[in-house]
Design a protein around this ligand. Structure first.
Ligand code: ADP
Ligand code: ZN
Ligand code: ZN
Length: 808
């Protein structure tokens, strides 16, 4: 029976949806908020869950109880531990990402937060000192016992759960102490990531009467500004820890602990701002006077875009605001990160997923302090919790690694950056030599400010690109992967004491193994792809680049037992080996996912090459991303064809960008560069445009075609992927979904498919897709979301949504 009073209480109370820290499928639960509690989205709360107290984050505040939930059975939030992990401007951004990408908000939060904050966040408590003798007055027996227990503990920072377990009436007693202000409760990382502290010492001006040695230490501390870390003082005063501890006991100075932030930064020599070239100067003036909004900086390779970023950031820091710089991949971060650190020193933080959990956790907390800083990071750094953001820079804004593939949220950091800049009212600077066609179109139509730098710094010429027809090489009996032009160029380069880069699309030794007797290729048992042959120290192996399945190289064909196996398609490993064989004098380094897998592997190889301990760098796409190596005069592109023939409407755009970017690594120093582009299709328009460094021609013709076909950036695509372990069920589910979408009168989008994905089977799951051309913008996405919610997904089938897919 509901009494009128209870009814009123129910009416007043508010409900919150909480993303709990527990390994459960349904991640969010509804809780009651007690009358004296207030909570906002993004707050960290403590909630009862499965018999214990767990951490959680408020993802929704509800005025009314959702239908189907029984108010009587809902548990109450134990404590609201305050906001803290998101600055106010970030929350609406996360909500917008969830809405646009048709993803649950909880997934977006998980993608945004560094690991270890939510998943291992634990409630902790601290005794508020000093405890006055009167403190116990009026406390219950349980609370008194708790107070004595806490005072007896050595550590001042305790786990809430531990205390509850140790005390007979733990939960109740602690709440009483909390209400009386005798303890503070807060959230911190759990066992795996703890804030790190260091011992510090400060002057207190305590009683006099010191020995000469003690006095010397005090003087030294005064010279250090009255405060220093213990290590610093030990070294500066040539003293010992025990002497300092003694002075602390005597009250002459005070020892205390302070949190420090872990970081994996390397030392870099400082670097002063360069005198800008006239185009750089012009761009910077435009930037500084432009109203907030997106800016596309289209600058040819080597035009000095990084220097523009650096000088655009300086005034931001001077105003007390922070800057966020996104870079495509980790391979690029060491060199670029160093350039930022050389300019701004300790104000720069490098943030990416290859950091340790502790480093990421500390990085996040440092951002939250609000002190002006520059965060240089990869895709997920777009969610960096910088409270006062003055500028966002996306370097190489065309790069595909800004898009997150599945799992959801399949967000594009550039799209999110546009929203973030809008929410913060700060400028967004998109830089590239080969802008994404969507950015180019937006700039051309006046939605973005469009700035250009068409020349390299110091009037260095763009490298000359020579296209070599590999069909002719074959006709002349050259069966090596190196054309005669390239061979000569390599020799000249070596004679001149310069360095070179060879680009090849694939890693490994051979891209497939074929049986000459029965014609079968050796395939991955789990995926619909051929296996790649790798030569490792441990022996010869076949490996699947999709699911990482591996097996030793068989001596006989598994189908017909013939020993006649042949290796086709060259990868980085084979090129490196053949290069060493044909040019024994050249020292070769390999730069691909296999050789850079160790922590700091990229840095190690790039530094080795930069120190001229090798003549040639053989590598994959990784090479294309902004490397600045002034000694490189020669770039060889071994087979452009693999890039051109991909079953995707963006293949041309990607190939053009890749070719232009690889070519752009040549001639960045004093010496002009030379590029040799080998292909079986020299007349291909992409090859023509790339060899002429003609972005404009390429972009204009490509956009005309996209408009005619109704492809992005003119129409929005949404890809639904249907997966499952049985092919016929996957197809049936995809067809049922298609029928349902087609039958809905309100849904306007045009439907393509269902069709198998480019690689139909990966890790034993079949994958089919439905492509939707969404002509109704936000209304279309909302309708699709409603329809998907209605679709009864058959058991064993997964449906995932990718809004604006990058790869089909
Ligand atoms: P981009 O990013 O446009 O490809 P970078 O910023 O890497 O080009 O600059 C190319 C090279 O030119 C770098 O070695 C850089 O140090 C140098 N550079 C850039 N700006 C200047 C300048 N104003 N004066 C002298 N050298 C410069
Ligand atoms: Zn065979
Ligand atoms: Zn596989």
């Amino acid at each position: 029976m509901e009494t009128p009073l209870l009814k009123e209480a129910l009416h007043r109370s508010c409900w919150v949806q909480v993303l709990v820290d527990a390994p459960v499928r349904e991640r969010t639960y509804t809780y009651r908020l007690a009358a004296d509690m207030a909570a906002a989205e993004g707050d960290i709360v403590c909630v009862p869950f499965g018999g214990q107290s767990v951490g959680g984050i408020v993802v929704g505040c509800l005025e009314e109880l959702p239908a189907g939930l029984d108010a009587q059975r809902l548990k109450t939030v134990e404590a609201v531990l305050g906001s803290g992990f998101f600055p106010a401007t970030l929350w609406p951004l996360l909500v917008r990402v969830a809405e646009y990408y048709l993803t649950p908000l909880s997934r977006v939060i998980e993608a945004a937060l560094p690991p270890g904050i939510l998943s291992r966040a634990r409630r902790r408590l601290r005794l508020v000192r000093p405890v006055s003798p009167m403190a116990e007055w009026g406390l219950s027996t349980g609370a008194k016992a708790a107070l004595q227990f806490l005072e007896a503990q050595k550590s001042s920072d305790l786990s809430w759960r531990f205390c509850v377990q140790q005390l007979p009436e733990g939960q109740q007693a602690l709440k009483e102490l909390l209400a009386r202000g005798l303890i503070e409760s807060y959230f911190a990382a759990g066992e795996r990531v703890r804030p790190r502290t260091r011992q510090y010492v400060a002057l207190t001006g305590g009683p006099s009467g010191l020995t000469p040695r003690q006095r010397e230490v005090i003087h030294c501390l005064r010279r250090l500004g009255g405060e220093a870390s213990v290590e610093q003082l030990v070294e500066a005063a040539h003293t010992t820890r025990s002497l300092i501890q003694n002075l602390d006991r005597l009250g002459h100075l005070r020892l205390f602990e302070r949190q420090v932030f872990r970081s994996a930064h390397h030392a870099v020599p400082a670097d002063a701002p360069k005198i800008l070239t006239p185009p750089q100067q012009w761009v910077l003036e435009k930037l500084n006077t432009a109203p907030p909004g997106p800016v596309l900086l289209e600058g040819v390779t080597g035009s000095g875009k990084t220097e523009v970023y650096l000088q655009a950031i300086a005034p931001v820091l001077a105003r007390g605001e922070s800057a966020l710089v996104l870079v495509p991949e980790i391979g690029l971060t060491p060199q670029l990160g160093d350039r930022f650190r050389a300019r701004f020193g300790e104000q720069v933080q490098i943030y990416h997923s290859a950091l340790s959990e502790g480093e990421r956790f500390d990085g996040w907390r440092r951002m939250l302090t609000g002190e002006p800083q520059v965060v240089v990071g990869t895709r997920s750094a777009i969610f960096a919790p910088l409270p006062r953001l003055g500028l966002i820079v996306l370097d190489e804004e065309h790069d595909g690694s800004y898009k997150q593939d599945r799992p959801a949220p399949c967000y594009h950091a550039r799209t999110v950056a546009l929203w973030r800049a809008e929410l913060c009212g700060c400028p967004l600077l998109l830089g590239s030599a080969t802008p994404d066609l969507a950015s180019f179109r937006a700039a051309a139509e006046g939605q973005y400010l469009h700035l250009q730098m068409n020349e390299r710094v110091a009037q260095r010429p763009l490298p000359a690109v020579e296209v070599v027809d590999m069909r002719e090489e074959l006709d002349r009996g050259n069966l090596t992967p190196f054309s005669r032009t390239l061979q000569q160029a390599l020799q000249q380069m070596h004679a001149a004491g310069r360095q070179g880069i060879l680009f090849i699309n694939r890693r490994g030794y051979s891209t497939f193994v074929l049986c000459r007797s029965c014609g079968e290729t050796l395939r991955c048992p789990n995926c619909a792809v051929s296996l790649t042959y790798h030569r490792l120290e441990s022996g010869e192996h076949l490996r699947c680049h999709y699911c990482n399945y591996g097996r030793p190289q068989p001596r006989h064909c598994p189908h017909c037992r013939s020993p006649n196996l042949r290796y086709f398609g060259a990868g980085t490993q084979r090129i490196a080996a053949q290069l060493a064989e044909q040019f024994p004098a050249l020292r070769v380094l390999r730069f691909d996912r296999d050789t850079t897998a160790r922590k700091d592997g990229h840095r190690a190889i790039i530094e080795q090459f930069a120190r001229q301990q090798a003549d040639i760098l053989v590598g994959t796409q990784m090479l294309t991303k902004g490397l600045d190596l002034p000694q490189v005069t020669l770039v060889g592109i071994l087979a452009a064809d693999g890039l051109l023939n991909q079953p995707d409407f963006r293949a041309g755009e990607r190939a053009f960008q890749l070719l232009t970017q690889v070519a752009g690594r040549a001639g960045r120093g004093e010496e002009p560069g030379r590029v040799i582009l080998q292909t079986y299709a020299p007349e291909h328009p992409v090859v023509q445009a790339a060899s002429g460094h003609d972005y404009r021609r390429f972009a204009t013709s490509e956009l005309t075609e996209r408009r005619a076909l109704g492809y992005p950036p003119y129409e929005q695509l949404i890809c639904l992927q249907i997966t499952g372990s049985e092919q016929q069920w996957v197809i049936a589910a995809a067809e049922a979904l298609a029928t349902m979408l087609e039958g809905d009168g309100a849904f306007e989008g045009q439907l393509l498919g269902p069709a198998p994905c480019t690689v139909e089977r990966v890790a034993n799951r079949y994958r089919w897709q439905l492509l939707i051309k969404n002509t109704a913008a936000a209304a279309g996405r909302a309708r699709l979301q409603d329809l998907l919610a209605l679709y009864a997904t058959p058991p064993g089938i997964g449906v995932s949504v990718d809004v604006d897919p990058l790869r089909l």
